[in-house]
Design a protein around this ligand. Structure first.
Ligand code: ATP
Length: 348
């Protein structure tokens, strides 16, 4: 279920700050997350993502500002009275308990009848594709299986919002990619709002309905994966989400008629012969291929452009061999791209 703008607001953060002494971990944040949305908080280490999550969970209190959960002000409401659950990167499973007991824990605390507990635990383990593993201990599971138990343990309480703090961080790349798809499928199945913290831009782009890009305690941009990737509004977002070339000053002026900095994605640029005709709607610049990295499906070129500076270009290896691409080093070439792919940036 992809949340619509008309959906009701699950979380509203209004001018929220959390300072630790001089450190502005979260700084004047404004954010609305809709019911049923898969929303990611993306940013580099130390940008304030976890603090933001802990503020929503109630483990931290704002220095100033206000947080509403489903329309209710959260000031003074302790974590256990908030309709949210958290899944941590280290899973935090109880090692002495079985899988079944771990998943049942929250329901036992709430004194749910035993028959009901057994039914819900079985259902949850089926949902996370671990049926029949009730009797195992966490130490007898793989990393991916432990992660699923942690998810089942959080979801069994039917929270309205699930907070996930880098839950896939400890998994190897293959398993991580598989879990990304499964997690998204589970979220769509249960329809709960997921708020997912990650520093991995590919992960955020794969899973999210929308995402917020954090930098130095502030949000630089909020949007769908396509918005943020294709229409970055700041130099930071253009550089952090995917790779981007930033062109400014004289080079920008010659290409666009304005010295305002713009970004162009490496995969939007084509390498052509020097004498190839270029239409009015295209940008073109001459350069020398300085470096070539053959990456199997595609090749990454570093091209030194006339007037100084380098542009990264990515080309699919459609009809060329590794020998062909590697021998291109030192060639003088023309780089060409559609003007419609230029993105003006603020603050760059
Ligand atoms: P990471 O991806 O490394 O977890 P993050 O984006 O989640 O980083 P936060 O953990 O929210 O970042 O930290 C934001 C800033 O606040 C950092 O500079 C961090 O050192 C600081 N900070 C966080 N918690 C505290 C604390 N309890 N006391 C002092 N400083 C803190």
């Amino acid at each position: 279920m992809s949340a619509q703008p008309s959906a009701s607001i699950a979380i509203r953060m209004m001018d929220v700050s959390r300072h630790f002494g001089d450190v502005k971990a979260v700084d004047h944040l404004n954010l609305d997350i809709y019911d049923g949305e898969f929303f990611s908080l993306l940013g580099p280490s130390g940008s304030g993502k976890t603090t933001c999550l802990r503020l929503i969970a109630g483990f931290e209190q704002p220095t100033s500002g206000s947080i509403l959960l489903h329309g209710q002000e959260m000031a003074g409401v302790p974590p256990f009275e908030r309709d949210v659950n958290t899944v941590f990167q280290d899973y935090a499973l109880f090692p002495h308990m079985t899988v079944g007991q771990n998943v049942a824990y929250g329901l036992m605390i709430k004194k749910v009848p035993k028959v009901e507990i057994n039914k819900r635990v079985t259902e949850m383990l089926e949902m996370v594709r671990l049926p029949g593993l009730e009797k195992r201990k966490p130490s007898q599971l793989s990393g991916g299986q432990r992660q699923r138990v942690a998810l089942a343990r959080a979801l069994v309480n039917h929270p309205r919002v699930l907070l996930l703090d880098e839950p896939l961080g400890a998994l190897d790349l293959k398993l991580r990619q598989q879990m990304q798809i499964e997690l998204k499928a589970i979220q769509q199945q249960v329809g709960i709002t997921f708020i997912f913290v990650t520093h991995d831009q590919e992960e955020a782009l794969t899973m999210s309905d929308r995402l917020a890009v954090f930098n130095l305690g502030k949000i630089e941009q909020i949007g769908t994966p396509a918005d943020v990737y294709e229409r970055p509004t700041t130099g930071f977002v253009a550089g952090f989400v995917g790779t981007s070339n930033l062109i400014s000053g004289a080079a920008a002026e010659r290409l666009t008629g304005s010295s305002q900095t713009f970004s162009i994605r490496p995969e939007k640029i084509f390498i052509t012969d020097l004498n190839k005709y270029v239409g009015e709607d295209m940008c073109s610049i001459v350069g020398t291929i300085r470096d070539v990295v053959y990456l199997g499906m595609y090749t990454r070129y570093l091209v030194e452009i006339e007037g100084g500076g380098d542009l990264t270009v990515i080309q699919q290896n459609l009809e060329v061999t590794s020998m062909d691409v590697l021998s291109a080093r030192g060639n003088r070439v023309q780089l060409v791209w559609s003007k419609s792919n230029n993105r003006s940036l603020v603050g760059a």
